[in-house]
Design a protein around this ligand. Structure first.
Ligand SMILES: *[C@@H]1O[C@H](CO)[C@@H](O)[C@H](O)[C@H]1NC(C)=O
Ligand SMILES: *[C@@H]1O[C@H](CO)[C@@H](O)[C@H](O)[C@H]1NC(C)=O
Ligand SMILES: *[C@@H]1O[C@H](CO)[C@@H](O)[C@H](O)[C@H]1NC(C)=O
Ligand SMILES: *[C@@H]1O[C@H](CO)[C@@H](O)[C@H](O)[C@H]1NC(C)=O
Ligand SMILES: *[C@@H]1O[C@H](CO)[C@@H](O)[C@H](O)[C@H]1NC(C)=O
Length: 503
């Protein structure tokens, strides 16, 4: 209910440009009402025949009005977290984000005019006047693993719906694999399964009661759980000859809508094999969140990242410099809660998949996520990068610390007069702080393409054989030599152009 009230209040604001990105996208649909009868704003009015696997009888897609109601319903189901991310975004950030992500829009604009610019208050300079956006038909496959995720599901789906509303519902396929949850995850998933279908988005939810018992090796089990989420990717290729252009792999994490958009943007802009965010976990001794996934993340020299405050996370000096400026960084390996993958290595030989180490061949028993990064290098898709701007949390406490609300420093201490320029992303001390407000303005460097270099000679590997009781790496770490292939210049050339037209 509070959310509904929020929406009403927002609608009356004089300058739509000032509205928060997430709310704007919710409104995007409602603003489209007037065209519901006259213009086919969405590219497809019926589910394409190829999706008969999911829905046996041909069904009519809902009207925009109905879609908007589902979106409103969904947002009222999410009491916390991610709806806050973009709500009070500073106007300049909203404008930057809208310009940046507009080329990702995957549905047709009505020929009668630019609803997109109307949405942003007839701000013609935002999109160069009446220039029409060409809808993208880039196809996205969301693979999601869940386990006892009752608390995060409403947020996760709310974000998913908003992102899909931009990418185009018909461009999105969601595959969820849930393994043996003991809470009400399954029941909740059934609700969202129905809601997802009701807007014409395709979704497959598979549940398993299979436990680790059947597998000897911990990593083998984890790899199977991840592969299970990819099963529809292969099924759709085999049965319908349908290929996806980008895979978004998520754990039970709480991204904001612009977190996902930024990862997709960077992944496509750089034609990256794997693109990941940075995830944070609370460190009791330090008394603050620290970088979390150091088991997988390796800098471009092959050195592990640290569970440490931000200035000590990277050992590789140039990477550390970029990290502290929130700029994208090439890495040897990373995963960190969300990874955007180029599907090409899954589709073409040697067919990358999640796997455990080939221990008999002397391969170090790394995480299935490290191994897939190594396999991407091996198959010539070594363009792997991390986007530090996107900071992810696994719970509310960390979320609140890493995304503090923006304070009005002008009101507090006449900040502008002390030398801060309101529109300069480099002068607000809140934005220079590591855990700053979510609506940090973009700097030009964040849009520059990365220079990818060949992979390192050795990578620090901390193996986990899972023989003992240790719930984590249990083998002495080693510098594992990497193949010659991953160290050649052609390991980082662009093999699959997924770039955004016009960028
Ligand atoms: C849409 O069509 C219905 C009936 O055809 C009509 O009652 C309604 O006013 C129309 N809505 C708009 C926004 O044109
Ligand atoms: C389900 O998979 C997750 C990893 O995705 C794992 O942590 C969890 O233990 C598994 N659940 C069961 C019941 O085995
Ligand atoms: C910040 O505070 C100043 C002074 O009270 C006010 O003029 C300004 O509009 C405020 N800015 C925002 C973004 O609220
Ligand atoms: C770079 O990697 C080598 C191993 O290949 C290691 O000995 C060295 O310490 C690393 N340098 C940094 C700065 O991490
Ligand atoms: C890799 O390169 C090294 C030196 O450049 C060479 O000695 C070695 O035989 C190569 N290995 C393979 C498998 O080609």
């Amino acid at each position: 209910m509070a959310k509904q009230a929020g929406l009403m209040r927002m609608r009356r604001l004089p300058t739509p440009v000032a509205l928060a990105l997430g709310v704007m996208l919710g409104m995007l649909l409602s603003r489209l009402f007037p065209w519901t009868n006259s213009t086919a704003s969405w590219r497809t009015n019926t589910i394409p025949p190829k999706s008969h696997q999911q829905s046996r009888q041909p069904i009519q897609l809902p009207t925009l009005d109905k879609r908007a109601r589902v979106l409103n319903l969904l947002t009222s189901l999410t009491p916390h977290y991610t709806k806050e991310c973009t709500r009070n975004a500073q106007p300049l950030y909203s404008q930057q984000a809208l310009e940046r992500y507009a080329p990702l829009i995957g549905h047709k604009t009505p020929s009668t005019g630019s609803w997109f610019s109307k949405l942003f208050g007839d701000d013609d300079h935002v999109h160069g006047g009446s220039k029409e956006l060409v809808p993208s038909d880039h196809k996205y496959f969301f693979a999601i693993n869940l386990y006892n995720s009752f608390d995060v599901i409403p947020d996760l789906f709310a974000t998913l719906f908003r992102v899909a509303a931009i990418l185009g519902y018909h461009n999105v396929f969601v595959s969820i694999y849930e393994n043996g949850s003991t809470d009400q995850t399954k029941a909740l998933l059934r609700i969202f399964d129905a809601l997802t279908r009701s807007v014409g988005m395709r979704i497959t939810i598979r549940s398993s009661m299979r436990t680790r018992g059947a597998f000897n090796h911990r990593i083998e089990y984890l790899a199977e759980v991840r592969n299970a989420a990819f099963v529809p990717l292969h099924e759709l290729r085999d049965a319908e000859n349908e290929y996806f252009d980008t895979i978004i792999f998520m754990n039970d994490i709480l991204p904001c809508i612009d977190d996902l958009l930024e990862l997709i943007y960077q992944s496509r802009k750089n034609n990256a094999g794997i693109t990941c965010a940075a995830d944070y976990m609370y460190h009791q001794e330090i008394g603050a969140p620290v970088f979390y996934d150091n088991w997988v993340a390796r800098d471009i020299n092959g050195t592990a990242l640290e569970n440490a405050p931000f200035e000590r996370i990277f050992h590789h000096e140039a990477s550390s410099q970029r990290f502290q400026r929130h700029l994208p960084i090439q890495v040897q390996s990373c995963w960190n809660g969300i990874a955007i993958l180029d599907p090409a290595p899954f589709y073409s030989p040697p067919h990358v998949r999640f796997r455990m180490a080939r221990i008999t061949e002397g391969e170090c028993s790394a995480s299935e996520c490290s191994l897939i990064c190594n396999d991407y290098w091996e198959s010539g898709y070594g363009r792997i990068m991390m986007v530090p701007r996107v900071k992810l949390a696994y719970d509310r406490k960390v979320f609140d610390i890493i995304h503090p609300p923006r304070r009005n420093l002008t009101a507090i201490r006449g900040y502008a007069r002390l030398g801060g320029l309101p529109d300069d992303p480099r002068t607000d001390p809140q934005d220079r702080a590591w855990f700053g407000p979510h609506d940090r303005l973009f700097t030009e460097e964040e849009s520059e393409p990365l220079d990818f270099v060949p992979g390192p000679e050795n990578v620090w590997c901390w193996g986990w054989d899972g023989a003992g009781d240790l719930d984590g790496p249990d083998v002495d770490p080693i510098w594992e030599p990497m193949s010659n292939k991953s160290r050649r210049a052609d390991a980082v050339i662009v093999r699959h152009d997924r770039s955004i037209p016009g960028l």
